[in-house]
Design a protein around this ligand. Structure first.
Ligand code: SAM
Length: 443
């Protein structure tokens, strides 16, 4: 068992009272492994349902996810079960048929964002933001794997959102925190913990909340979560906003059998009460009036030439506008075109919509993002089904061969799911898997 820091133990004893020994015992149990499947793709995962999340599953064994082609195809996401409680907050605070604009402010590596994409009403737009550049790149990769075209990935500090007043219907802040809820899973989290660090986390969270508050619409919902038990990082932060008179608390209806503890302002998951790690979540509604940003139409980004547009017309389903950024053709959801272009003028957008392909010598080389897109018209392309062994070689970006009469770009299909592209050249195959995404583990 991990050696828990003494001041943490003392605080938890005071917090949990007679329940504390049970809490401590839970550290002797193996943490459950859980995943969330992508409702738009063909997964073959099985397990016990996670009661508060429609597509959440506890799986019996922890496979080597890196070696599973369906993991790279975005058919499921490996995610801690308690954090899937977000689903209840979204379902109970949004109307299923009313499209919204949502922001996931602290989004990398993408657990909440991919969950939100599966949950938000049709035709909604999700802005997934991450302040640390390297993490934002991983976020963009995971968003593309999940395959939804109604997302924008940005790499900004919360302060940078200050001009986007009253823009968002929902803001999710899964705040950087002292990580107490992960002590059982990750010994490093325990080693890095100190009361001073927890205090700094609370101050940072207050700064984040203050920065983003003006971007929330009047009547909009802020969902705040952490993976800690520290009241200063949880209840106190929410209490401060509520006391300012700008917001009202939203109470969620959670089945008592789930074992989630209701606090004054939010909800806490404990590992001795449910199958999951420590997690806190609160939902509040903004009641104070807010200014509203006016979307200025910018100079339009280049449209691709007629020939290019004609070639890709049959590549995706849905209402998209095609735009060309340098050589890259992107499909942007028509409904959100103006907003996405406006966001690009204010924020550092590193991914938007669906990457369709690169124009090269008047031809288009299909983009990896298109292969993983849920909007892809699979039937418009040559297809090459691969075995598990071939799929793994493909994901390592190594060479392999399969007899094919046809020539040209083909989708690589593993168990009904596209996992990327190859170029069939007759006597050999060009592996087009993105170099920076390739798996480095030996097979
Ligand atoms: N929501 C993510 C998910 O479900 O996969 C996990 C987010 S993690 C708990 C918190 C994130 O906040 C990290 O990616 C971290 O880089 C980012 N972060 C750190 N400092 C920040 C700050 N000052 N402002 C905003 N985000 C910050």
């Amino acid at each position: 068992m991990v050696a828990l820091p003494t001041s943490f133990v003392l605080r938890m004893q005071a917090q949990l009272g007679t329940e504390y020994p049970e809490f401590e015992q839970s550290f002797l149990k193996k943490p459950p492994t859980s995943i969330r499947t992508n409702p738009e793709k063909n997964h073959r995962m099985s397990g016990l349902p996670i009661p508060w999340c429609t597509h959440g599953l506890y799986i019996h064994e922890r496979p080597v996810f890196t070696l599973d082609p369906l993991f790279h195809g975005g058919t499921y996401y490996v995610q801690e079960a308690s954090s899937m409680l977000l689903e209840q907050a979204i379902k109970q605070t949004t109307e299923p048929d009313k499209p919204i604009v949502a922001l996931d402010l602290c989004a990398a590596p993408g657990g909440k964002s991919t969950h939100l994409l599966s949950l938000l009403p049709k035709d909604s737009l999700l802005v997934c933001n991450e302040v640390i550049r390297s993490r934002a790149t991983i976020l963009a990769e995971n968003i593309q794997k999940w395959g939804y075209g109604n997302a924008v990935v940005t790499n900004n500090d919360p302060e940078d959102f200050h001009s986007l007043k009253g823009l968002f219907d929902v803001v999710v802040i899964d705040a950087p925190c002292s990580g107490e809820g992960l002590f059982r899973k990750d010994e490093n989290a325990c080693g890095e913990w100190s009361t001073e660090n927890a205090e700094l986390c609370a101050l940072r969270q207050q700064r984040i909340l203050r920065s983003i508050w003006p971007s929330l619409k009047e009547g909009g919902v802020l969902i705040y979560s952490t993976c800690t038990y520290n009241p200063d990082e949880n209840e106190l932060n929410i209490k401060q906003i509520l006391e300012g008179g700008d917001a009202e608390n939203i109470s969620l209806s959670l089945n008592p059998d789930w074992g989630v503890v209701s606090l004054k302002n939010g909800y806490q998951c404990y590992p001795h009460r449910l199958e999951g790690e420590g997690f806190y979540l609160a939902a509040i509604r903004k009641i104070s009036p807010s200014e509203t940003v006016h979307l200025r139409s910018k100079k339009d980004v280049a449209r691709p030439g007629k020939g290019v547009a004609e070639s890709v017309r049959n590549w995706i389903h849905g209402s998209f506008l095609l735009r060309q950024h340098q050589d890259l053709i992107i499909a942007i959801p028509e409904k959100h075109y103006l907003l996405i272009e406006f966001l690009s003028s204010v924020l550092k957008v590193i991914h938007r919509g669906t990457a369709i392909g690169i124009v090269k010598h008047e031809k288009i080389i299909p983009d990896h993002g298109l292969a993983l897109s849920i909007h892809l018209k699979k039937e418009s392309f040559l297809q090459m089904s691969v075995s598990l062994e071939q799929a793994r070689i493909y994901l390592k970006k190594d060479t392999f061969y399969q007899e094919h009469a046809a020539k040209g770009h083909a989708l690589v299909i593993y168990e009904d799911n596209p996992i990327g592209w190859v170029n069939l050249l007759g006597n050999r195959i060009n592996n087009l898997y993105p170099t920076e995404w390739r798996i480095r583990m030996s097979l």
